[in-house]
Design a binder for this molecule. Structure first.
Ligand code: NAP
Length: 294
């Protein structure tokens, strides 16, 4: 019986229980995936949960907002990626030691690679990216992109937050900007990544893109938001003729990689995808099935 779980706060809208239950089922493993809501500031609660992992009462734990950084002092070792990003979303137990990893980074890169595959053939890729937002997910995305050879500008509504993120990767030449994008050479951008929650339910009317600003003509848009099925940014980018996708593929990718760390098995992503999509609004599958790898 493999006991897995997720900590963070709030957790009521998490899709992870359905996604991981589907993975367990598809791999023929008996187990459970529980939610452990721990409010921000409750370091004692976090510590107690991690000690139960150390005692073997849990086999693995996912971590989400607001604890991706908070868990680090309680861990015995970090993967290179988790250390570089400064955030952990997956914890496992290795020979009695609590090990922190970050599967958001490869989960994002793998899904982005799938979506970009057709474009490379056209030889139009310049590898200049604009990342909107400067929180934890943006840091993972920026690390992923720079390690994949992209030139990155980070834009955030608080310029100092974007500058801080850029300064965290001093050797990568990352530029910082405000969300109004003043001074950003928009026409040079090949990829726009939304790493803000703007557009996420219930704030579905929001978009991080500056009102009235045209999109760069040939850019691709990758929105980390996955609920609703088509966030406003994705809809507007598609209406302008751009290739645009929401972030469910990344969510499934990071979950599959976490599952592999815990169990050693590579779960079928299609089953995980269908479990997640089944928990989202009805017409989700229709719009996304072909975008997600099996
Ligand atoms: P975070 O650490 O709280 O950072 C959010 C960033 O967005 C901050 O820069 C924040 O600025 C900015 N922001 C917040 N609301 C905004 C708005 N209405 N307009 C413009 N900027 C806004 O959150 P996170 O962990 O980075 O997550 C960001 C989003 O990515 C969430 O929606 C999350 O669900 C999604 N995500 C998806 C995946 C996936 O697998 N698809 C994985 C990770 C995260 P302030 O600090 O000024 O508020």
């Amino acid at each position: 019986m493999i006991r897995l779980g997720l900590t963070g706060f709030p957790l009521n809208h998490s899709l992870s229980p359905q996604i991981q239950a589907a993975a367990l089922h598809a791999c023929g493993l008996a187990g459970s995936y529980s939610l452990f809501p721990i409010p921000a500031g409750d370091q004692r609660g976090l510590h107690q949960l991690l000690e139960s992992l150390r005692r073997g009462e849990l086999a693995g734990l996912n971590v989400t907002l607001p604890h991706k950084e908070n868990v680090i002092p309680f861990l015995d070792e970090l993967s290179l990626v988790a250390k570089s990003v400064g955030a952990v979303n997956t914890i496992s137990i290795k020979a009695g030691r609590l090990a922190g990893d970050n599967t958001d980074v490869p989960g994002f890169l793998m899904d982005l690679g799938l979506h970009m595959a057709g474009r490379k053939a056209g030889g139009m890729e310049r590898k200049t990216a604009l990342v909107l937002g400067a929180g934890g997910a943006a840091r993972a995305v920026v690390y992923a992109l720079t390690s994949d050879g992209w030139t990155v500008t980070v834009a955030a509504r608080r310029l100092e937050q974007a500058r801080r993120l850029a300064a965290g990767f001093p050797e990568c030449g990352i530029k910082a900007a405000g969300l109004h994008l003043t001074g950003v050479e928009i026409s040079e951008v090949d990829l726009i990544v939304n790493a803000t929650p703007a557009g996420m339910a219930p704030g579905v009317e929001q978009s991080p893109w500056p009102e009235g600003r045209p999109f760069p003509a040939r850019a691709m848009v990758y929105d980390l938001v996955y609920n609703p099925r088509l966030p406003r940014l994705v809809r507007e980018a598609r209406a302008a003729g751009l290739q645009a996708t929401a972030g469910l593929g990344m969510l499934i990718g990071q979950a599959a990689l976490a599952f592999e760390i815990w169990t050693g098995q590579n779960p079928p992503r299609e089953a995980m995808f269908e479990a997640a999509a089944g928990s989202l609004p009805e017409d989700f599958l229709q719009n996304h099935t072909r975008e997600v790898p099996c």
